[in-house]
Write a protein that binds this ligand. Structure first.
Ligand SMILES: [Zn+2]
Length: 171
């Protein structure tokens, strides 16, 4: 397993729609395990494959950040099949470091996908878990949470990372 580099806003890979996974093979399992290691190391509570530059529909969500194996969800081809209510809360993203902004999300969602054995799974989540699923599945469609903010806020954030992105590449 390996910690992979997390791409930062401004990288074109973050705005591309990810492809469905045709088969949960060794490569996907390796990707998913690396993603788990990467999100725990960050540390963060969720990561989508496009954030490590892979255009495949794979997400990991772990609200416990590695403390509780029962809270680790790895989903291949995840889809939101039901949603209910609304909650507005602060949200952040490993690809948009140090920025936290209020975003409206469904309060409760039901997500369907495949596990790493290729078996269908269905998970219900509410509050922060629902938010994390929505956020990560948005990544698979090339959507960052800043797209949910006002045009002005979004422009300021993009400007900030245009500068810091150039600095990071030199470092
Ligand atoms: Zn994110």
């Amino acid at each position: 397993m390996a910690v992979r580099e997390i791409l930062i806003i401004g990288d074109p890979a973050l705005t591309r729609k990810a492809e469905p996974v045709a088969a949960v093979d060794e490569e996907i399992v390796r990707l998913a395990r690396d993603m788990v290691e990467t999100v725990h190391a960050a540390p963060g509570i969720g990561l989508a494959a496009p954030q490590v530059g892979v255009g495949k529909r794979v997400i990991v969500v772990d609200l416990s950040v590695g403390e509780d194996a029962d809270q680790l969800h790895v989903l291949v081809n995840p889809e939101i099949v039901a949603k209910e209510g609304e909650a507005v809360s602060e949200e952040g993203c490993l690809s948009v470091p140090e920025i936290r902004e209020k975003v409206a999300r469904p309060y409760r969602v039901k997500v369907r996908g495949l596990d790493l054995e290729g078996r269908p799974v269905e998970i219900e989540g509410e509050d922060l878990l629902a938010r994390a699923f929505c956020h990560e599945i948005d990544h698979l469609d090339g959507v960052l949470f800043v797209e949910k903010l006002s045009a002005l806020k979004r422009a300021l954030i993009k400007k900030k990372f245009k500068k810091s992105g150039a600095a990071a590449k030199k470092a």
